[in-house]
Write a protein that binds this ligand. Structure first.
Ligand SMILES: [Zn+2]
Length: 156
């Protein structure tokens, strides 16, 4: 395991996941993900499912992303449509398996594109996919102040 992986492991604790153990079965009234067998999944909710807002919808409602990916440099501006397509295809692939791996928001300011995610690992997966497709420089880190938001930075 390299240093980067270890850093990410150490910060695994997610306050949104730790707000008490959900009763089963529960279903999120917002996105309809179901908590069953100890994890959130896409399935038909049982008739007796409890209402429970999932961590991804809680984060979205509170505007508290778990991961922030920033694309910098000129390359993404010239390949905007292609890169936005790649971002959405990674999200679609991940969300299908894991309901909480969702993009919260994609925004552009100046020459930076920012993608916020409801799970840190999705920001990382998107960064990895962009790096794999277009090379450039990729870096992940948690802020030095001990915050729990994963920052992924890509530049080309
Ligand atoms: Zn939800």
């Amino acid at each position: 395991m390299d240093r980067r992986d270890r850093l990410i492991q150490e910060h695994r604790h997610d306050p949104y996941q730790a707000r008490g153990k959900p009763r089963e079965p529960s279903a999120c009234p917002t996105c309809h993900a179901v908590f069953h067998d100890g994890r959130w999944q896409w399935s038909r909710p049982a008739d007796d499912a409890h209402d429970l807002v999932c961590p991804a919808c809680q984060r979205t409602a509170e505007g508290m992303p778990a991961g922030i990916l920033v694309l910098a440099g000129d390359f993404h501006l010239a390949h905007r449509v292609e890169i936005l397509g790649l971002i959405r295809s990674v999200e679609e692939r991940e969300t299908k398996q894991h309901p909480l791996k969702r993009i919260m928001q994609v925004s552009e300011s100046g020459d930076e594109l920012q993608v916020t995610t409801c799970e840190a690992s999705l920001a990382r997966s998107i960064g990895d996919a962009i790096h794999h497709a277009y090379k450039g420089d990729l870096d992940y880190h948690y802020p030095d102040d001990g915050g729990d938001v994963l920052r992924v930075h890509w530049e080309r």
